[in-house]
Write a protein of this length. Sequence first.
Length: 940
Amino acid sequence: MPPVARNSSRAQQIPTTASLLGLAQKLLSQLPSAIDAAAIDPLLVELKSQIKATLSFTPPSKERNAKDELDKAATALWNLCTRLRREDDTGSLVSRKKLLIASHAVAFLMIDVARSRQATDMADVVHLMKLVLKTGRLCISSNSVSIANDILQKGANYTKLLEQLRSSMLGPDDLAECARLQSEYYILRVAVCWKNGKLDTANYMYEKAAPTVQSLDPRSAEKMSEVLYDIGRALNNKNDFKLAAVWLERAYDIINSQGLDVLSRDAIELRLAIGQAHIQSLIGIDTPACIQKAQNLIGYIESEIGQKPVVLLLQLEVLQKASAEVFDIGAYAEILRRMVRIFDFSEAHFKLLVYHARQLHNKSPTEATKIVDGMLSSTIVTSGRAEWVERLLLLRIWMETNERDSMRSVEELGVVLSNLQLQLTQPFGASAAVGALSLMWKKIEINYNQGQSDVAEGWCRLALEKIFDNGGPANKSRLGRKLILCGLSRNDTESARQAFHEMSEDARREPMTRYLMYKTALRCQDHQLAAECLEKVGDSADQDPNYLYACVLEAQKCGDRICAMQAMKQLVTRHVFNEASPIHLPALLRCNIRLAIVVSESETNPTVLKATVEEILGLFEGAAKAMMRDPKDADGSKFFTVKELDWFCQNAYNLGLKNSDKWELGEITRLFECCLEIFKFYPEDLPEDTSIDLALRAMCCHFVLAAALVSLARTEDNTEEQLQLYLNARKHVEAYDGLMQAWIKRLEKLTVHDLTEKLSTLLVFDFEAAMALKDYDAPGKIIRIAKSLKSVESLKAMGDICLRAKLPGHELYHILGVIVNELWELEQMKPEKLARYIRCMFHAVRPLDVSLGQKLIRQAIDVAKIGSENGNHNFPREELEWLVAESFNMAVDVYRSGQADDECDSWADLAMNLAHYANDDGALEKMIHDRRMKLNFDVR
């Protein structure tokens, strides 16, 4: 809105008769054409400021001619505003309506200014007072409360004049007119004060009008009552029931002060509305006295108008205020029955019936259902309003679905439906039918899931009534299938067959229906029906193969291998996987694997069993290859999700462990290789707990594979294949060790201990494989790891392997020496054990390398010497004697060969030195010495 110029605003603050006349003429010329915002807004701003300025303006008395002209112009403006308001349609701008109201107010103020000195006789005062009232009512009705307040304040002067006139000698008619105008004035003042939120002032204004209340004419009484009613109703809406009751009682007293015969039709309706609002305020106060007063008022209204809906509704509201302990269910229900009997076929009446039926349902579901049943057998059904019948039946079904289930309640609802169908000429509309079926379906599902298949079947039968035919074929098919399921749950295959034959042809062809009948056929061992259903399910498997999977599982569950094989054949025959296929490859593989496992577990024929195991292995290997291709669906999502990977990995792992003592080692290794292959396809961003579990499972796979491969290598005759097996075994040991080192810090102590024990075992296998592969650099690392694990048994086993491996002398001496040294440190080996190792090493080395053999004898001498010096003499005598004998024999052999005197002397000296510690009082040493002397080293 454009701002008003400063000079113009100041000029309007000090009006003159001439300026008012100019404004009137301006409005007379511009109002008819001011229909848009551009024309309306400036005028409206000017008028609002002019109203404030004119309120206190008093023109000079000498401007008589000017005031006459102003009177004429203002009267013309008043009449123009009245005409324009009547002519304007409801679609005109709100601002234009406000402009006309403001123009009315300005016109009145101009008339007031023009006649200010003449308003002394009865006619002028009454005329001006009527203008005040008219303008005030217009302003209030348009919510221009501020202008109304200004106008009514101006009217206070005329109220005083009317009071003065009433004290003069006036006739009865004039006195009545003055009283009426004064009362209407105060009515408007009350209304304005209430609109401004000044309820105290409104009360004061009402008290000023109170002396004339009883003498009001019917029209004024109606106006006064209407204002008071509006105040009371607004207070009711704010839940200020006590104050509302005061104003409504005033309104009721005023309207009742008039005889019914003099009240207009609108006034009689207002009287009833006031009484109803008063009763509601009393009910809201909710004290025994107020409730009793409300009941008295209801009784009074009932005595006047009879058992009309409004009376019955008020009675219901009073009953609703009672506590649950004393709530009169019977009375409430009886009133509802009366409302049904006097149903007036209006939407409002119908909604009230439905609302209160729901309210009664909260108190007494049984009574509420009876009420609704009564409605469904009343004239409502034959009223021609199909939507009412639909809503009532939906309500009845809803009530039933909220109660405990029993066949009796289902049968009672069935009777209601049967009677209703006799009165209806066509089924429910689609929306109502679907709504009813949705409610009943929830009830069907609840009962079916709770094992109450007989009750669920009863609900299904109700839902299949003709009244719900427009619910759609899909719902009918679903209900028919549920009937089949109910029969199956009771193991009543005949009932299931009957439900199937009652379905439409299209419904019977649906794969879900055929799947259920496949289950039925399995139950009654009807292989012909099963094959027929399986064929039908297979026909639609291109779009949805899940039912075919389900058939396989169902046959497996029933233990019917023939049907299971048929189902699997259908699945394999009809579908070849590719990326565009709707078939879910993991599910297909899982289904195949499950069936093959079941067959293998029950098969006793070795040939068939081996073929079945081969099929299982092929399926797992096929799964691993499919994972390598990383197939995705149409949305780009992976087929092999983490959940799927878990299934294949866990099943391969568990199956391998379960059959480790039944299947051949080659089959076990293939299965665990598949398991390890599957591990590669897990994403890297797994939770730590999951990653740890996978790592542990992978280590177990590596352990089993390493052990199995070594076992296979030992029995393999083909050298090339044997070496390949050993090489693969070493790879698994290395992988195990790598995983263990990567995860050891995040594992529990008990788990670490177990893994360490397994690694100790694997190191022996690794050592054996390294020896077989002639990898003589590897034992050093293997022995160091074994030492770090403090695995004495592993080192001992490695020593045994060395002795059996037919190693080159230097390699045997070096490797076995390292093992012995590590054992000596770890175990603090007793001389007896050390002596045995020396004997074994000497026995292995002697034919290969003389120097190494002599070195071992020197080590034996050192050990024996230490024991002798300690006084223990704990070098085993038999071991020492053997070594002495072998050493001397070597000297003799060299002597006889005539090769080297030094070597012969060396061996003889070693034998003598070792015999010195025999702890036999020198007997062995003397014997060796004597025998040596018999040898002639100088003459050969």
